[in-house]
Design a protein around this ligand. Structure first.
Ligand SMILES: [Zn+2]
Length: 175
């Protein structure tokens, strides 16, 4: 169901995570960890600040675990939200309208026990480490390499961060 992108972030047994009460990090299955909500979430609801349970650090370049918050800045999240996996049919997005305090927001109603997922190209213009997606969605893009490489008509189907919308528009004009 999920790509192994964050699999190597899995801490060893016995390493407690500063997980917010409504979220659970499950370490099982062949693809490593996943983030599950323990309570139902309404469409459009703010699930948690991206810094939840560990804070954010700014990094100079995109990394395997970073999230792009504007055209130039990337942050790594150090808490439970580092275990958000990619899906081509995501149920959440990262609201970067306020780049200093990005938040995880539900795109649709999410049931208790469901995994929370992001469409990585919604924030990532160019992925540090492209990967083969195995999300299983009918509309799966296959290889996830960043918004820059997604056809504009596909990209428009997703809720995108302002910087990705801006970069896509600039690129379209340049073509
Ligand atoms: Zn996919």
């Amino acid at each position: 169901m999920v790509p192994p992108t964050h699999a190597d972030a899995t801490p060893g047994p016995g390493a407690p995570l500063p997980t917010p009460l409504s979220l659970l990090v499950e370490h099982d299955g062949p693809t490593g960890a996943r983030l599950v909500t323990l309570r139902a979430v309404a469409a459009g609801a703010r699930v948690a600040p991206l810094s939840e349970g560990g804070g954010l650090v700014e990094v100079p370049h995109a990394t395997r675990h970073s999230i792009q918050v504007d055209e130039r800045r990337h942050v790594e999240h150090l808490g439970a939200l580092t275990f958000l996996n990619h899906s081509c049919a995501p149920n959440c997005f990262v609201d970067t309208e306020v780049a200093a305090s990005p938040a995880l927001v539900a795109l649709r109603a999410v049931a208790a026990g469901e995994e929370l997922t992001l469409f990585y190209p919604a924030t990532e213009w160019e992925m540090a480490e492209p990967f083969a997606c195995r999300c299983g969605a009918a509309e799966c893009l296959g290889t996830i390499t960043g918004a820059r490489h997604v056809a504009p008509d596909r990209l428009r189907r997703y809720t995108l961060s302002p910087h990705v919308r801006g970069l896509a528009a600039t690129t379209a004009i340049a073509r």
